[in-house]
Design a binder for this molecule. Structure first.
Ligand code: SF4
Ligand code: SF4
Length: 176
């Protein structure tokens, strides 16, 4: 590079100091609100009677495309709250390592027992940290904010009830 080229390059650099700003720095002090549909991780929840809502039906296990849910169905037993006999899950694991966040497990659950969380998934250094056991899933119900998206609501969104159509008034027949 000649002395003239170096001088020209310095001139270009110097002239850039006075050009109007065309980019903005990221707002590092500002926390952007999390989108309403943000989802990460899972919780098992209790129903309105205070019982574990999961009935051990294995629908979530069967539909999961990643095959990462394992449900062990326990014996049917009466609910301590209502006295009615019902199904229970004796064990439940969900391996987040291979979850693709498709939410099919939530959509298919007949009792709205499994929900996703509106919290950021924490990075893990051990695969076992991402293995959600039954205890961890029920603990997440208390520890984290749940999404609004229960299986019932998601299914309703996909199959909205048809709005009642206005009745057409019958026209009087013309007499010949
Ligand atoms: S979100 Fe999809 S991949 Fe993840 S556990 Fe549920 S069904 Fe499986
Ligand atoms: S979480 Fe829902 S779909 Fe899965 S086993 Fe329990 S009741 Fe059935």
């Amino acid at each position: 590079m000649s002395f003239f080229d170096a001088f020209a390059a310095l001139g270009i650099g110097f002239s850039n100091l006075f050009r109007p700003k065309i980019t903005e720095p990221l707002p590092w002090k500002q926390t952007r609100p999390r989108p309403e549909r943000y989802r990460a991780s899972f919780a098992l929840v209790h129903n309105e009677h205070g019982d574990q809502a999961c009935i051990g039906c294995k629908m979530c296990q069967k539909i999961c495309p990643s095959q990462i849910i394992t449900v062990t169905t326990g014996p049917k037993a009466p609910s301590p709250a209502t006295g009615k006999k019902r199904g229970w899950a004796s064990d439940f694991t969900l391996d987040l390592n291979a979850c693709i966040i498709c939410e099919l497990c939530v959509q298919v659950c007949p009792t709205d027992a499994i929900l996703m969380l509106r919290v950021q998934q924490q990075p893990a250094f051990d695969r076992n940290d991402l293995l959600l056991t039954m205890d961890r899933l029920y603990a997440n119900e208390e520890l984290h904010q749940l999404t609004w998206a229960t299986g019932t609501k998601l299914v309703e969104m996909q199959n909205p009830k048809p709005k009642p159509q206005p009745q057409l008034q019958s026209q009087p027949k013309e007499t010949p």
